[in-house]
Ligand binder design. Structure first.
Ligand SMILES: Cc1ncc(COP(=O)(O)O)c(C=O)c1O
Length: 338
């Protein structure tokens, strides 16, 4: 990642603001995200955050009349829940359900405009059955949004199978920086969506510099907004490149082995895992999660906490030895396990 940022700074030193090269890098990021998600570059928008992507998406939806409901689960990341509730100002009604397809099935009906599901819960590690939930949304003519942030890069995701709109970003399993995200739309959907959250990079031709009309680009670029987050794009292209080189199915298999080893060791310790089924994120119940984060940090383990759990996230660079180090540290700190 450092090398990628240096390349950006070297360009500044040599040429100043390299607009054309930046646009080309932005297109390289679009193509890389598209390949990762089995989508066409024309169906992918470059974003600065999931928040920006979801706000852009809902700006293209109406929440008037009979179809005004947004169904979300209790596992959604705060930004998705908060943006959903912000739509109450535009007539939406938000329904929050338990994170399983049965609960979604009970809530989704002809009044549903939008269904949102995280792919992996940031607070429990649970992997949602997004394909099943998407089936329910489709059955009732609702649009389905998948927040793939906590899984994409470690779990294979084919955007068109997961939802109508799949969003994510580069800070977690895509090995890059804060400040870069993406939004993949189902083929054909873009023509139906006209965002009112917009900007000059969403115009039919950014280089026209016109101020006469709103001319949303014919492709998903209509969801791009202002100047792209160029430095983060350099890092993002490098990070997604590493993931593509390793291959997401191979990463998933490697991570699955590590997670199984961790879960088996946790069972021996009598520790409680917050959810099942699991992807790359394992949340371990604690009596004092902030204290446990500090305690494992002494053993050089970088972890975080949410919702009374220690979060251990595993990826392609982790080894069985890393898992054993975590287990040994937790054994020493047994008193902090719930
Ligand atoms: C599931 C999920 N969605 C979204 C985000 C981040 O959203 P944003 O890109 O708007 O900061 C995170 C960050 O941790 C996340 O875990």
């Amino acid at each position: 990642m450092r090398g990628a940022y240096e390349e950006y700074l070297d360009g500044w030193d040599e040429n100043g603001a390299e607009w054309e090269h930046w646009v080309e890098r932005s297109e390289a990021a679009r193509a890389a995200f598209a390949a990762l998600l089995g989508a066409r570059p024309d169906d992918v928008a470059i974003q600065t955050s999931v928040s920006a992507a979801v706000s852009g998406l809902v700006s293209a939806l109406q929440f008037r009349g009979e179809r005004n409901r947004i169904v979300i689960s209790e596992n959604e990341f705060p930004t998705v829940g908060q943006i959903a509730h912000a739509q109450e100002l535009r007539g939406a009604e938000v329904v929050q359900v338990e994170p399983d397809p049965e609960a979604y099935a009970a809530a989704i009906d002809e009044r549903t405009a939008l269904v949102a599901s995280t792919l992996v819960s940031y607070r429990t590690g649970a992997v949602h059955d997004v394909e099943a939930i998407y089936g329910l949304a489709r059955e009732h003519g609702a649009l389905m949004l998948v927040d793939g942030y906590q899984g994409i890069g470690a779990i294979p995701v084919e955007a068109a199978k997961a939802g109508d709109v799949v969003v994510g970003g580069t800070v977690k399993y895509l090995l890059a920086s804060a400040g870069l995200a993406f939004m993949a739309l189902r083929p054909g959907l873009v023509e139906e969506l006209v965002p009112v959250q917009t900007g000059w990079f969403a115009d039919e031709n950014v280089f026209d510099m016109q101020i006469e009309r709103y001319r949303p680009h014919r492709s998903a670029r209509r969801f791009d907004a202002g100047t792209p987050p160029v430095p983060n794009i350099y890092a993002g292209v490098a990070g997604v490149g590493l993931i593509a080189e390793a291959g997401v199915p191979a990463i998933q298999q490697h991570v699955r082995g590590l997670v199984e080893r961790l879960v088996a060791g946790l069972a021996e310790l009598g520790a409680e895992v917050a959810a099942n089924p699991l992807g790359p994120l394992v949340c371990i119940r604690s009596t004092d999660a902030p204290a446990l984060v500090a305690a494992v940090a002494v053993d050089d383990i970088v972890a975080s906490e949410r919702d009374s759990s220690l979060r251990i996230s595993l990826h392609l660079y982790n080894t069985a030895e890393d898992v054993d180090t975590v287990l040994a540290s937790l054994e020493r700190n047994r008193k902090l396990l719930a």
